[in-house]
Design a protein around this ligand. Sequence first.
Ligand SMILES: *Cc1c(COP(=O)(O)O)cnc(C)c1O
Length: 727
Amino acid sequence: MFDDDSKIDPSQGVVAYLCAEFGVDERLPIYAGGLGVLAGDHLKTASDLSLPLVAVGLLYREGYFRQTLDAAGQQHAQVDPLDPAALGLHRVCDARGQRLEVLVPMAEHALHLNVWRYDVGRVPLFLLDADHPANSEADRAVTSRLYGGGSDTRLLQEIVLGIGAVRALRALGLQPSVWHLNEGHAAFSALERIREAVQGGLSFGAARELVAARTVFTTHTPVPAGHDVFSYAQLHHWLGEYLGSLQTTERRLLGLGSDHRGGHRFNMTAFALRTSRFHNGVSRIHGGVASIAEAHIWPGTPAALNPITYVTNAVHLPTFLAPEWRERMAKALPEWTRRPLERADTEWVDALSREEFGSVRRQLKRRLLDTLRTRLQAQHARNGLDEQRTAQALSRLDQEDPLVLGFARRFATYKRATLMLSDPERLLRLLSRDDRPTLLVFAGKAHPHDKGGQELIRRLYETALQPEFIGRLLVVEGYDIAFARALVQGCDVWLNTPEFPMEASGTSGMKAAVNGGINVSILDGWWAEGCDGQNGYGLEPVGAADPVERDRAEATALLDVLEGDVQRLYFDDRADWERRSRHSMRTLIPMFGSARMLRDYMTRLYRPAAVHGRLMSERNSRSAVEFKRWKKLLETQAPGVRIDLRSRSPLEVRVDLNGLHAEDLRVEAGGVEGEQAELHLLRHDPEHADFGGVALPPQATQIRVLPSHALMANRYELGCLAVHELA
Ligand SMILES: *Cc1c(COP(=O)(O)O)cnc(C)c1O
């Protein structure tokens, strides 16, 4: 289907996909939330499309915690050691049939790692863990919990993931043509690849060029907790000797992790950006937010022109579509899992009779309500809730066809799960009309260290047990992939209320949408791209400076929509409601099925990185050496490059090249607004040191002098040498 897949030739190497968490199956709890589920979906889709991809992650022997809520709504983290054999994991063996083990540096000693294999369809997922008999007790615990422990544990896990992944894939004989670091946790893999190239005889600088050329880095969140920062002292302590083997000064090396805040901070996102040439955010809005947040990496380049692009996230349809829909999809289009879908591929949705469409939706909801009853019964029984209140809590799950509103995701505070509680009277009015039976369901985990997130759960839980809310507002423990599936398939409405623009993408809303659920959400992340006004409701973020005022205004808008639009339509004009529900499936299945996402990664990132990597490796890496030399020259000469506007019409600028050649530069006139801005390249007049020959475009706000070289992956990656503002 990708006509020139051959450009990523498996015999030349595959795409190596590295991530700290993978949500492939609820039985393998090595994921915390959206990042992991997305990574799992990426592997499943690569398998469906037969793309050559291998993945590496960590096997957390205690997994991520299982959540229970006690009678007061306090979250408890249950830890269940996982049993690799029962989960279908196998120890990887080397060519001689010996169990493969990999060593990574750790302070004065080395850490021994087991290598496991878990097959995601055709895609192998290699999982590393430190629970190895040759390690000390403390070392064996390094990989026991996902996002567990303090900052040192996190650093050690990232050493295991980054350095360990490279060593494991090499031990398996793999030479990937592209390395995709899915979030900064895996960024040390670039360091290890640089070390390999240095050992092969390259300078540190040339090695970095070589490595970066094949590296794709995806950043996933604007939330600071998603960007690990380590101190220089930590790096010294744990990696000191290793860093010493890299043939460069420590100052230069650690500088690769410096961020805009300065100080002795090593920021993994900054490091990943400086050791990769292909970077992306995960939605249009997030791409822009990341460009601004990371603008310090490309000094002198207008933020919107930074080489950070975006690929909007998506979901694996065969995993999240209800069996009833899968069946119908497969009947209409037998090859539906093997290519990205078009709008025409969902015509079958409109072809269903009203009766059939409605009956599937009701069936999915009934299944969800039964699941909720079972789960709530167990939860309340364990917590010793009295019989009467238990009965009240479950009483409304038997209603014929209630409107079910769902909110389920990680309880990170920016997601504002309790936004609707800010006006309890109105919320109660929404939930207590007998002629419009409506249920509001919450589920989700907060990180064990996130007291704020846990407090949100507790408040919701408390509200759910109040006499006026009991049975109408439900808080259910134990969110995981299986429960997510039930919720996204059965809810009529999927709510999302992030603080704009913190929701990098969000994916649970996509899962609801493709099943016919209606999203009611702040226009942030994916929804700003998916919402067309007919397939759900988009809430404009309020631009108030005061967060309290903003929250109040957004809560009011949300309740207005739920009461005035959603409830009214659902109960008074079911035909129109169903039209929207079908429209949601028709428009959003093609846009947010993960085959589309893989195609985007393939065409915008993997293929260019493979080509770029090959160019850089040419002539035994001479290209990388020469490119590095050119960049050095540029660095010394750049401060002297000057631009001088001599005439607007005809456009003519004089550039003081300061010893550089005209071919080393490009001079362009353009705006600072990003991809849609039109650019005009000025031609060099070799007789004089002048550039010109085009009319000054009316929307141009700058004339910029940029470095130019065939081995640059992006024309803005080296920043601007000189800028003339056309005030
Ligand atoms: C899809 C999914 C998520 C991500 O939800 P968001 O809406 O992106 O926050 C988290 N956890 C599970 C179990 C999921 O299936």
